[in-house]
Design a protein around this ligand. Sequence first.
Ligand SMILES: [Mg+2]
Length: 453
Amino acid sequence: MLQRRHLSRDIQFAKKRQRIIRNTINPKRWRKGRSIMKRLIFHVDVNSAYLSWEAARRVAEGHEDIRLIPSAIGGDKEKRTGVILAKSIPAKKFGIRTGEPVAMALRKCPNLFLAKPDFRLYEKSSQAFMNVCRKYAPVVEKYSIDECFLDMSGTGQIYPDPVLIAERIKGEIRDTLNFTVNIGIGPNKLLAKMASDFEKPDKIHTLFSGEVEAKLWPLPVRELFTVGQATAERLKKACICTIEDLAKTELQRVQSLVGVKLGRQIHDYANGIDHSPVLSQAEDAKGYSNSTTLEEDVKTTEEAYRILLALADSVASRMRADGAKAFCISVTIRGNDFKNKSRQKKLSGPTDITSEIYDVSKKLFSELWDRRTPLRLLGISLSHLTRDGYVQQSLFPDEEKEREKKLDKAIDSIRSKFGSETIVRGSVFQSGTDVGRKYKAQMESIKDKNNMR
Ligand SMILES: [Mg+2]
């Protein structure tokens, strides 16, 4: 049995390993002892993406441009259900807001033109504008469906004027794809992102280090990236109202107000500091998968769950070792008829927590399996990865989640020291059989290099 003493030592060991992983991808560390070229980052953000994309499609088909009339994307007009996902500028004048129920929007503007969301179109349009960006930038990181970061560092020889090249990118997107973007230019991702959020639409803004005082500091603190409503209120109560107030407040005081980690982050951000690298698409598109061909057919849900837990456990720990998190989880099953079936779920936020991955996998599995066909193979894969520090963190992290994270860390560190078979998760172990170990030994680990997006 494990002793508490060992656990705490192992948590420290895991922390150290994580630090090493982080440092290898943190350009700040590369800077030591050598001169690094100045970074130049663009943030490209599509203006009212869903509505623009729907409008561009309609215009291409010879219909009117819905950007010019009160229009919105979302819900169902007949049933008056759902919420507004995006709106046109004329719709905004009626007071229609993103996220409000369709029924309410229709009361404000009975003639509102409503189009249903079409995520296939969005994926296609998203890829199209990022492909334009790739023509100009050596490294492009997809940040969300309608936003990407371009690492333009070192392109000064080819493009001496960053604003001019941003104009060209913006122009090419507008002329060939018929929608507009904002581009923010800065020395890091944070400042580029803040800049692209200045005046919209169809604009280019710079936010270089020398401009932080004039352009960033006067903004209310709520405008700073990662500062949510609750954080802003706490800061305001302490008389920290603008980004300048935050930048000039002592770090320890900020940390005492909002917590150590978030405090450090927003204090850095307010001072225009951010060292996170732009990660290329190819790297992030890799996924992690684990599947196991079963010696004997699985016939009960309980058995299947135990195998899923072992799979989730091993695939998640590999991903954590690489410092990645996944936005998408999929489960594959193969019946004794040798037909493969899979199902995937996209998460609202990325995860690397074994128990979360296991929970989603169980759900996907129960949707996939008819409870009759004996199963020959089970698999879990994790894709749409991120190694980005930009992931929104809640101010009051869920206690349960924190516990799970600590458990994962401890298990990872013990395994990295003593081997992967030293610990078997509780519920696998309690199965009475050695199913966890047995299947783990059979697992085929494939680091999937295919582009999963
Ligand atoms: Mg946008």
